[in-house]
Design a protein around this ligand. Structure first.
Ligand SMILES: [Zn+2]
Length: 160
């Protein structure tokens, strides 16, 4: 008969094995969804040096790819925040300034379709574009939309 310590030890080794398997599986699964891009050698060398510092080791970056992916994500977020700005809210529409349109940016109108309880972007002719999504990220607008029975199609609905 196995004593307690044996049982516990076995249990732990089993847990460790399954964690190892999960990590391996995640890496393999993700690899298929990765693409290769070329970067200047100096840039990669610089990132490599940064990752060797104690500060970065503490942050737990596993690889150069992870560091670059996170940095690019950050830049994309910054770009998206600067791209769109709330302009006006009316009873039946929300106007959004899109700085990506034309040289000076342009106003996009999202109509609030009461029959469908959905926003509809005039420019994209869509109820699921970057402008409609942005509308659902504006706390003041969302409050009004909710009051009129509109429902967000997005997971990041801030009021739910
Ligand atoms: Zn749009």
């Amino acid at each position: 008969m196995l004593d307690r310590y044996h049982i516990i030890a076995q249990l732990f080794s089993h847990i460790l094995l399954s964690i190892q398997y999960d990590i391996q599986y995640m890496v393999q699964k993700n690899k298929a969804e990765w693409r290769t891009v070329q970067l200047p050698k100096e840039l990669v060398d610089e990132v490599e040096k940064i990752l060797e510092t104690d500060m970065m080791k503490k942050k737990g970056f596993a690889s150069i790819s992870q560091f670059i992916a996170r940095s690019v994500n950050h830049s994309i977020e910054e770009y998206e925040q600067k791209r769109l700005q709330h302009s006006n809210t009316y009873d039946d529409k929300v106007r959004i300034l899109d700085n990506d349109m034309g040289r000076m940016g342009d106003i996009v109108t999202v109509f609030l379709k009461d029959s469908e309880k959905k926003g509809f972007c005039e420019y994209c002719e869509s109820d699921n574009c970057v402008h409609v999504k942005f509308m659902w990220e504006l706390p003041d607008v969302v409050k009004i939309l909710k009051k009129h029975g509109f429902n967000s199609a997005y997971d990041n609905d801030i009021t739910s």
